[in-house]
Design a protein around this ligand. Structure first.
Ligand SMILES: CC(C)(COP(=O)(O)OP(=O)(O)OC[C@H]1O[C@@H](n2cnc3c(N)ncnc32)[C@H](O)[C@@H]1OP(=O)(O)O)[C@@H](O)C(=O)NCCC(=O)NCCS
Length: 202
């Protein structure tokens, strides 16, 4: 049976999430967003009100379509709802991978055998999560980023667009790895890392 889903957030990422919901055969019935006027359309989904209005829509499932990792964590703590997991049908998921609730797996992402993805993560367009990787909750693997086998990523970390991480490395929680970076050593301090090879810049 198809599911009906309320999308939290109406920005660019929400458009990708709406596509994932539709292509999975489910229905995005409305958006809740604090910055958009009621009635605004995002793709063809109407804004129904502010985020606090979620209590009126408990018959639906919810997904947080907001790129900010810390904000997804905060909202998920406040909202006692049933979470939807959005997986685009063009994504390739191993039968031996696990994906927790609230996560988005965007078009053409690959999640290989033995990988585990936490809650409310974003595995963005064309990202590659190789075998035996473990991605902490609320993290974001940006488009075309590639994690080699056995990489672990802590919670609330963002791996930037097109970045690569060598096999079996560990990246700690609340880090940002910049666009196009190549991570060749484990990262065990929170911060911003960029370049080839990646070094701490902030
Ligand atoms: C790394 C990043 C987080 C830094 O952002 P920031 O904190 O605002 O840093 P700034 O733009 O002030 O840049 C600081 C310095 O790092 C350099 N820098 C920034 N991003 C870099 C990158 N990806 N690779 C190499 N150097 C980078 C800048 O050129 C600047 O150098 P300078 O001091 O010599 O001028 C950001 O540039 C980035 O790459 N974000 C990832 C975006 C992304 O993947 N989005 C996907 C969304 S779906």
């Amino acid at each position: 049976m198809s599911e009906s889903v309320i999308v939290i957030g109406g920005g660019g990422h929400a458009k990708v999430v709406i596509d994932c919901i539709r292509k999975a055969g489910d229905r995005a019935v409305g958006i809740l967003d604090d910055a958009l006027e009621m009635g605004t359309m995002v793709s063809d989904v109407p804004v129904l009100g502010k985020i606090d209005a979620f209590k009126s829509y408990r018959e639906h499932k919810f997904i947080i379509a907001i790129g900010n990792n810390a904000f997804r964590r905060e909202l998920s703590k406040k909202m006692d709802v049933r979470w939807y997991t959005a997986i685009h049908p063009s994504a390739i998921l191993s039968a031996y991978a696990s994906i927790d609730e609230g996560t988005v797996v965007a078009p053409r992402a690959v999640v290989n055998a033995g990988a585990s993805i936490g809650r409310h993560c974003i595995i963005n367009t064309g990202a590659i999560i190789e075998h035996d990787c473990a991605i902490g909750s609320f993290s974001h693997i940006s488009p075309a980023a590639a994690l080699a086998g056995g990489v672990t990523v802590g919670e609330e970390t963002q791996i930037g667009i097109g970045a690569s991480v060598k096999n079996r490395l560990a990246i700690c929680q609340r880090c940002t790895v910049g666009a196009g970076a190549v991570v060749v050593k484990s990262i065990d301090e929170e911060g911003v890392y960029a370049g080839v090879p990646a070094r701490r810049i902030k």
